[in-house]
Ligand binder design. Structure first.
Ligand code: HEM
Length: 339
């Protein structure tokens, strides 16, 4: 429902940056091969000296960015709704393996204290001019799943599955996801989902989570399912102890998105003026207007006006263009909202 969508977004102005990306042609990518990937959340990395830095992950498509316009995407959705999946599988089967360069952005704890935005706010990016991309590797997709149900439907991904050296941050949305995904897996696939062929960690992992429906004894055999016990020699390795958080630091305690952290407009404004060209901006406005025309019901004007205020605050031209194409007459008072 366009009404509910724009109602929610207009009440959550921190969504604006992502809404502009979604409504641009990046929201209708030409398949999976031509999209970048973002870890989005702030994670942490801990080195051998036990020093922690905050990190964001990026995967940049080596195939380059390629998008459909909204009209092309609507046409393709009717002609071949499986286009994106087919395009990916065909390329891999032809040996034309898609690749992404992997980068990290690094922020020290000291830089985090002085950062203009909350470093753990997923709705804010870290400018690459301040926190440059550091190349760390490459991801290649070179195998098509053999059995769709076993290898795709039953696969489980969670941001809580991490490897040594990478850890979490106080990013609130990340904290929610850490528990929510494994909970969904236990419900969607089963309590032993992590032991299925597609999900099982190829390295030794001992966590005693194993019994219940469809238990697989190949890893655990007759060992006890409790810890500590007198029968196996598995002991926690203190080297993997969780890193400490200063939970009374300002970053965790004082965050309120609309009181003391309400700059939801600078970054969307820069996206519009600096990252987009004239055609991108035109398509963005057309897509927004096409979608907002679907807002109906008794709250229609309230929702449209509230969202227009956000566009104006990000960029006056953007606000004017959307307003005029929606046939909204701009009240001079509305301009007073702009910062
Ligand atoms: C950065 C924000 C988020 C992104 C990019 C994201 C992305 C995704 C994606 C791509 C999927 C897989 C959908 C599919 O299989 O078709 C998914 C599933 C899911 N998401 Fe999120 N999500 C986000 C935030 C959240 C939050 C805040 C929660 C709850 C606290 C949540 C809970 C879930 C759950 C429970 C599933 C199903 C997991 C499963 O059964 O495997 N997500 N999400």
């Amino acid at each position: 429902s366009a009404t509910m969508m724009w109602d929610f977004w207009s009440l959550n102005p921190e969504s604006l940056h992502q809404v502009l990306i979604l409504m641009s042609d990046r929201g209708t990518p030409y398949g999976h091969r031509h999209m970048h990937g973002f870890g989005s959340h702030t994670f942490s990395m801990i080195n051998a000296q036990n020093e922690r830095v905050w990190v964001k992950f990026h995967l940049k498509s080596k195939q380059g960015i390629k998008n459909f316009t909204n009209d092309e995407a609507v046409k393709m959705a009717g002609e071949n709704p499986d286009f994106a999946q087919e395009d990916l599988c065909n390329a891999i089967e032809e040996g034309n393996f898609p690749k992404w360069t992997m980068y990290i952005q690094v922020m020290t704890e000291e830089q985090a204290r002085d950062f203009r935005w909350n470093p753990f706010d997923i709705t804010k990016v870290w400018f690459q001019s301040d926190f440059p991309l550091i190349e760390v590797g490459e991801m290649e997709l070179n195998e098509v799943p053999v059995n769709y149900f076993a290898h795709v439907e039953q696969s489980i991904f969670s941001p809580s599955n991490l490897i040594d050296g990478i850890s979490f941050s106080p990013d609130k949305m990340l904290q929610g996801r850490l528990f929510s995904y494994p909970d969904a897996h236990r419900y969607r696939v089963g309590v032993n989902a992590h032991l299925l062929e597609v999900n099982r960690c190829p390295f030794a992992v001992n966590n005693y989570q194993r019994d219940g429906f469809m238990a697989d004894s190949s890893h655990y055999q007759d060992k006890p399912n409790y810890h500590p016990n007198s029968f196996d020699d598995i002991k926690p390795d203190p080297a993997y102890k969780s890193f400490e958080y200063e939970l009374d630091s300002v970053h965790v305690a004082s965050y309120n998105r609309n009181e003391n952290d309400d700059d939801h407009y600078t970054q969307p404004g820069l996206l519009y003026t600096k990252a987009m060209n004239t055609e991108d901006r035109q398509n963005l406005v057309n897509n927004i207007v096409g979608s907002m025309k679907g807002i109906t019901g008794p709250k229609k004007d309230e929702i449209i006006n509230r969202q227009l205020c956000h566009f104006f605050r990000a960029n006056i031209e953007l606000g004017m263009k959307v307003a005029s194409q929606l046939n909204v007459v701009i009240d001079a008072n509305m301009m007073n909202h702009t910062k």
